[in-house]
Design a binder for this molecule. Structure first.
Ligand SMILES: Nc1nc2c(c(=O)[nH]1)N[C@H]1C(S)=C(S)[C@@H](COP(=O)(O)O)O[C@H]1N2
Ligand SMILES: [Mo]
Length: 347
């Protein structure tokens, strides 16, 4: 058995993916070694704690943020690993860190795919508060640390399918949204939960623009049963680190069976509501973007088919077009939430 340590890899090759892959390989190898020991087979060599530490070392990659809160970085590093297979962890090829962090939709920083990574390099997440409001027993303004403290982070490797017909596979770090929402004790009138993104004209250039088409703040919402579903997470990181600004630092929603626009970034408000809340893309163009936004290859967008998608990284020479799956491949887990609903009308 060959265990590659960080020493063996030229630093030019130490990308977040390679560090990440080596760490995952190390975890798999450790599991095999433990298994081998139990069954009495010959071991190739001891694995020292030190080797593990070397593999856990982080790549020297700058993350777009004015500063990284030490406690949050530590919390991301101390996460537990979710099961390696099953709905919480696809084994499809990961989209490289460089694509996940430079091909973005975050209109507060501009509408071009490269705008968020270029315009958010000094984004500040300290201090950060989240207002909790509406139909619950524990409304209030909570510091980010208080929001996150009771939750152990875990890894979730999910497909993400944008309504524009491209997709990625992202190794998120986060925790169950349902576990968070329960802490605020939603009452019997809480049928939906609504979310809002930060408004900060000083930091978000598109919010200063006279031509902005979006009525800020960016808003999203979920039905309560969707919000409580175990696949739905609050993401706090990706690829072994905290979230870069362009991916929605410090806290963003990830609902993997829905189109990407449901995954609202940089959340500052959570409100439990009786009636269906606004969502920004539905507001802008209700005939094209609905509230549910479940990935559905059979229901075309009025201007393009949703039957296939471009899996990033993709190029003219390597288009990597694949078939889109119902509920983005999560039908076994979530189809029952929509039993009896007309998915053509409730797009
Ligand atoms: N606040 C806010 N959240 C947002 C958006 C946005 O423009 N503003 N874009 C959405 C869209 S359309 C997509 S596809 C995903 C993209 O997430 P990513 O850049 O991390 O891949 O974020 C979603 N969340
Ligand atoms: Mo999107």
């Amino acid at each position: 058995m060959l265990i590659k340590t960080k020493k063996d890899i030229p630093s030019s090759e130490i990308t977040p993916e390679s560090v990440y892959r080596n760490r995952r390989q190390f975890l798999k190898d450790s599991a095999n070694i433990a298994f081998g020991a139990a069954t009495g087979s010959v071991l190739a060599g001891p694995v020292s704690a030190q080797t593990g530490d070397a593999l856990f070392a982080r790549a020297p990659v700058d993350i777009n943020l004015a500063s990284k809160p030490e406690w949050l970085v530590e919390k991301a590093a101390n996460r537990t690993d979710a099961p390696a297979t099953g709905p919480y962890n696809t084994d499809e090829e990961l989209t490289p860190f460089s694509d996940v962090t430079t091909y973005n939709n975050f209109y507060e920083f501009g509408t071009g795919k490269g705008d968020p990574s270029s315009n958010a390099s000094e984004f500040r997440i300290e201090p950060w508060t989240v207002e909790v409001a509406g139909e619950c027993a524990k409304p209030g303004i909570y510091a980010l640390e208080d929001i996150l403290r009771p939750h152990t982070f875990e890894e979730r490797i999910y497909r993400m399918r944008c309504v524009e017909a491209w997709s990625m596979v992202v190794p998120w770090i986060g925790f169950s949204l349902g576990d968070l929402l329960k802490r605020f004790e939603p009452n019997g009138n809480a049928n939906f939960v609504a979310f809002e993104t930060l408004v900060d004209r000083g930091q978000m250039p598109a919010q200063r623009s006279r031509f902005a088409t979006i009525d800020w703040p960016y808003q999203e919402g979920l039905r309560m049963d969707e919000a409580m579903h175990p696949l739905t997470i609050m993401a706090t990181g990706l690829y072994d680190d905290i979230l870069p600004a362009q991916n929605g630092a410090p806290l963003r929603l990830v609902v993997p069976w829905k189109y990407g626009f449901k995954n609202i970034k940089s959340i500052v408000k959570i409100e439990f509501t009786r009636s269906m809340p606004n969502n920004t893309w539905n507001d802008l163009q209700p005939s094209e973007y609905g509230f549910y936004a479940n990935v559905n290859p059979e229901v075309s967008h009025p201007r393009w088919s949703q039957a296939t998608e471009r899996r990033l990284p993709s190029s003219l020479f390597m288009p990597r077009r694949i078939e889109t799956k119902m509920f983005n491949g999560y039908a076994d887990e979530v189809a029952s939430l929509y039993a009896g609903m007309d998915l053509r009308r409730n797009y």
